[in-house]
Design a protein around this ligand. Structure first.
Ligand code: PLP
Length: 435
């Protein structure tokens, strides 16, 4: 070993500090060089248990991997830095992060949630939280009527901004100010934007949660969740539950997600540029009824994006209503060549889906339509491919879908007319009217 190498290994890891920019933090926070080998990328620590020199005296800071392990700790340190938080706790999925936060409430607690939350969060609130005595009220206009819903037992407000799949924005500061006047805590699900575009704690939220499965990991190969916050009391309670409930990620997943997050700023910028190009192309198409994208000036909450998002960015997610109803929405998703028909979002590859029959199928029709989730809504997750290719792909899929559905409807009408003719011996008018 040369003197030069010795010195390199002995050099203490360079710790990024809060004044560093996002990219520097993403690459370096929670990423110490390996103290033994100098490896610049941390090894994956698969051991489930750690040796002790005497009872209760572990060799290092770890004892048992569910309670803590090096890869999870490093991932948590990185997310805390990116979300401007003192603490972050990682979970086995975004849903597990939601579960742990809801489990931290005492029986009899009341929660106020925005109406258009992720389908799985809605399912947890309506079908699981009830079982341990937590009641949830949904409101479509939380900034306007939060005070009307707050009761003595209200403990938490749950916001998703942007919401899934309609991309409505909530003014986090306005909600947090009102909630805090009544001692109510505010949670923001920041999955759709990632910490690069929005930092909810800076706008008054108490906890920010992510489905790490999406942008933070960014490569569609890990299911994981995380919650970040500043309160010491919250850390005590949630870290206890993280260990007690055991819904923790594996060391391997924590390592993969940490690696993915090192390029989050690059991916989030590319996805925003692509979504902006696609949203503009859709807005100009005669086959589109409406486009929901917070990066467009036509978005009703654009003013919130301007004050809450980095550089007023719109993120990589958008949704739109296609002419031709549900059939056209489904056909569109089958006709794209680059966008893959699949659930999930936030990966490097572009995805499309029909929320009314996929991610949001579990929400009763009247409730989902009240918040804009119509049968003809298509949701797109723009990846980091080339903008021109994505634009061309959606435009050709629109042409195909609308033309095919129109042709099928014309054929069905002609067949019905013919049937009507055969059945009642008239000129077929009855059959067409019946259709
Ligand atoms: C906004 C949002 N929050 C939470 C979740 C749940 O995350 P996970 O699938 O990692 O449990 C999802 C999943 O799609 C989501 O889109």
């Amino acid at each position: 070993m040369t003197a030069h190498t010795d010195q390199a290994i002995a050099t203490p890891p360079r710790a990024p500090s809060p004044e560093h920019g996002f990219g520097t933090l993403a690459v370096h926070a929670g990423s110490p060089h390996d103290p033994t080998t100098g490896a610049v990328i941390e090894p994956i620590s698969l051991s489930t248990t750690f040796a002790q020199t005497a009872v209760g005296k572990p060799v290092g800071e770890f004892e048992y991997s569910r309670s803590s392990n090096p890869n999870r700790n490093n991932f948590e340190a990185m997310v805390a830095a990116l979300e401007h938080a003192k603490y972050a706790l990682a979970f086995s999925s975004g849903s597990a992060a939601t579960t742990v936060i809801l489990q931290s409430l005492a029986a009899g607690s009341h929660v106020i949630s925005v109406s258009d939350v992720y389908g799985g969060t809605h399912r947890y609130f309506t079908q699981v939280a009830k079982a341990h005595g937590v009641r949830v009220t949904f409101t479509p206009e939380i900034e306007v009527d939060i005070r009307d819903h707050i009761t003595e037992s209200t403990k938490l407000v749950w916001i998703e901004s942007p919401s899934n799949p309609t991309l409505r924005l909530v003014d986090i500061r306005a909600v947090a100010t009102q909630a805090h006047e009544h001692g109510v805590m505010v949670v923001v699900d920041n999955t759709f934007l990632s910490p690069y575009i929005q930092n909810p704690l800076d706008h008054g939220a108490d906890i920010v949660v992510h489905s790490v499965t999406k942008y933070i990991n960014g490569h569609s190969d890990v299911v994981m969740g995380v919650a970040a916050f500043n309160s010491d009391a919250l850390y005590k309670r949630l870290a206890f539950l993280q260990n007690a409930l055991g819904a923790v990620p594996s060391a391997f997943d924590a390592w993969l997600a940490h690696r993915g997050a090192k390029t989050l700023h690059l991916r989030a910028r590319a996805a925003t540029a692509n979504a902006t190009a696609v949203a503009r192309a859709l807005e100009a198409s005669p086959h589109v009824i409406a486009v929901n994208y917070p990066g467009l000036d036509s978005h009703p909450h654009r003013h919130i994006a301007k004050k809450q998002h980095r550089d007023a960015m719109g993120g990589g997610m958008l949704s739109f209503r296609i002419r031709g109803g549900h059939a056209a929405a489904e056909r569109f998703c089958q006709r794209t060549r680059i966008f893959t028909l699949a659930e999930s979002l936030g990966g490097v590859e572009s995805l499309c889906e029909v929320p009314s029959s996929m991610t949001h199928a579990g929400i009763p029709r009247d409730q989902r339509e009240a918040v804009g989730v119509f049968d003809d809504l298509v949701r797109l997750s723009c990846g980091v491919e080339d903008a021109e290719d994505l634009k061309k792909d959606v435009l050709q899929a629109l042409e195909c879908a609308v033309a095919e559905v129109e042709a099928e409807e014309a054929a069905a009408a002609a067949a019905a007319a013919k049937d009507g003719n055969g059945v009642d011996g008239t000129n077929g008018t009855n059959g067409v009217n019946g259709h």
